[in-house]
Design a protein around this ligand. Structure first.
Ligand SMILES: CC(=O)N[C@@H](CCC[C@H](N)C(=O)O)C(=O)O
Length: 376
């Protein structure tokens, strides 16, 4: 199914206004403006911080089906070939949340115009990239008042062709923890290293030693990742750095490995303190629990995809990506799936250009599948 021009325009509009977690003010207003143009007879709208909840009342409801889309963007300077590039310097929708929100609006549009038996809840959730909007939204009075009985979400997948949906029952995304480490030593003149405690050297050793935790302390059959995505140290080429900061993320498939990695990080950091005569502070930032797809619901969805041929199903393996949608799935049965968007650049890349044809595939899939679930 081709993507209606209206939704291509919406995706492009949203792409131009990327905002970080809990600062999605323009995005929220854009979504609210659009929602106000829909037939209002069966809609109820509420806001939670920078997020939005839209209930579509069913004609004879016995349950509520939820569809969640994330709203925030990343601190990346866009480098696409788009004429509709980000108008917010240093921020970009590089993880597809512009596509996710467009799909959410498209499916909502369908159900605002076509009644089904059950209630539907459209959840536009802020701060997925961090610090995590799912957990506080889940606990909010607004969400609990309309709490769904089942919940679904999708995520764009650059590596799959358009028309592909990939998922599996059980674990789909990993447990995550952010990681921030600050080192403070003694700076000084570049010519007198013996009078200083150089935090560039300490930082370099620490980055390397952290990687040995994965290779030496974690069961190779129980995957783990430590990625240091950002390092900062020093002020000038001929000044020995007094401070250094490492920013990264930890990923595991089991909570045992997460605990093990954290305890090993703490031991390695203590060693750096002694070895390089410095003080260190560790902060684990936001932690997300794994995305665990409900076995029966996911199997039903996969069978339905194959029977109807609505999309090409790939039964995929789990990946080390994180998603705070895992918190919804820890409380409410449901599943998440990957949506093929066929682009050579991966998630979180400044050149990622997801195919807009995938929006039509998702609109078709989600409107048909939710109709099946919500109709008796
Ligand atoms: C799908 C995706 O890319 N999600 C993010 C979630 C980030 C979690 C947190 N801020 C962290 O970095 O640990 C991901 O990076 O996987």
């Amino acid at each position: 199914m081709s993507t209606p021009a209206k939704f291509i325009q919406i995706r492009r509009d949203l792409h131009q206004i990327p905002e970080p977690g809990f600062q999605e003010f323009k995005t929220q207003q854009y979504l609210l403006n659009y929602i106000s143009t829909l037939p209002q007879e069966r809609l109820e709208v509420n806001v939670w911080r920078t997020g939005i909840l839209v209930k579509v009342k069913g004609s004879r409801p016995t349950r509520t089906l939820g569809f969640r889309c994330d709203m925030d963007a990343l601190a990346i300077a866009e480098d696409t070939s788009y004429p509709f590039r980000s108008t917010h310097p240093g921020y970009m929708h590089a993880c597809g949340h512009d596509v996710h929100m467009t799909i959410g609006l498209g499916v909502l549009t369908h159900f605002a115009e076509h009644a089904v038996d059950d209630d539907l809840l459209f959840i536009f959730q802020p701060a997925e990239e961090g610090p995590g909007g799912a957990l506080p939204m889940l606990a909010s009075v607004e969400f609990q008042a309309w709490r769904p009985d089942l919940i679904f979400a999708l995520h764009i997948a650059p590596e799959y062709p358009v028309g592909t949906i990939a998922t599996c029952p059980g674990i789909l995304f990993a447990n995550t923890s952010e990681l921030f480490i600050d080192l403070v030593g003694k700076g000084g003149h570049a010519a007198f290293p013996h009078r200083t405690h150089d935090m560039v050297i300490a930082q370099a050793h620490l980055v390397t030693q952290l990687q040995s935790i994965i290779s030496r302390n974690i069961d190779p059959l129980d995957a783990g990742v430590i990625t240091i995505g950002k390092i900062e140290a020093g002020t000038r080429q001929n000044i020995i750095a007094e401070r250094a900061r490492l920013e990264g993320t930890i990923r595991t498939l089991s909570m045992e490995s997460m605990a093990k990695i954290k305890s090993r990080i703490e031991a390695v950091v203590k060693g750096i303190e002694v070895g390089f005569e410095c003080k260190a502070e560790i902060d684990y930032g936001a932690n997300y629990c794994q995305v665990f797809n409900d076995e029966a619901l996911t199997t039903d969805f996969m069978n339905w995809l194959q029977e109807t041929g609505t999309a090409n199903l790939v039964v995929c393996r789990e990946q080390m990506t994180g998603e705070d949608f895992g918190y919804f799935l820890a409380e409410i049965p449901g599943f998440m799936f990957w949506l093929g968007v066929d682009t050579p650049y991966g998630l979180h890349h400044a050149k990622i250009e997801p195919s807009e044809d995938a929006i039509g595939v998702a609109l078709n899939t989600m409107t048909q599948y939710l109709t099946k679930l919500a109709t008796r």
